[in-house]
Design a protein around this ligand. Structure first.
Ligand SMILES: [Zn+2]
Length: 135
């Protein structure tokens, strides 16, 4: 694994504040996906039964998992785009949380010198042989 050039603590703190500010700016969140689709109504005499072009809609559908089950919710045309943005915000939040975690480590961990601490630690472990599990 290649390490990125050492981030100074003050730079990491500055980036951390920027991440927190971005998270605070995410107004709505929804997990899952928002799609745009046409539907058959199920009536055998309706044109939609035979002709795909005569299907109803399109409608926005919000799909997500709730308690292990897949749940689909039809959305009114005017709220569909807001749910699309909310789903985008959710994905963005997950990325931002990963950054928050990495930057937290960069601020909290002691700085490593030119001789990398983790490497020396690994080497000394290897000399001692495999770790025994304690009873
Ligand atoms: Zn129909």
């Amino acid at each position: 694994m290649k390490r990125s050039p050492q981030l100074t603590r003050s730079e990491a703190r500055r980036r951390l504040r920027a991440v927190q500010k971005q998270i605070a700016g995410l107004e709505y969140l929804c997990s899952g996906t928002v799609s745009y689709q046409t539907r058959r109504c199920g009536k055998p005499n309706c044109a939609c039964a035979a002709d795909p072009a005569a299907r109803h809609g399109p409608y926005y559908v919000w799909s997500r998992r709730e308690g292990g089950r897949q749940v689909n919710t039809m959305l009114a045309a005017e709220v569909g785009p807001r749910f699309e943005r909310a789903a985008g915000n959710y994905r963005k939040l997950r990325d931002l949380l990963h950054r928050w975690e990495r930057l937290s480590a960069a601020v909290l961990l002691p700085p490593t010198g030119p001789k990398s601490q983790p490497r020396r630690h690994l080497a000394s472990k290897r000399k001692r042989g495999p770790q025994r599990s304690r009873p």
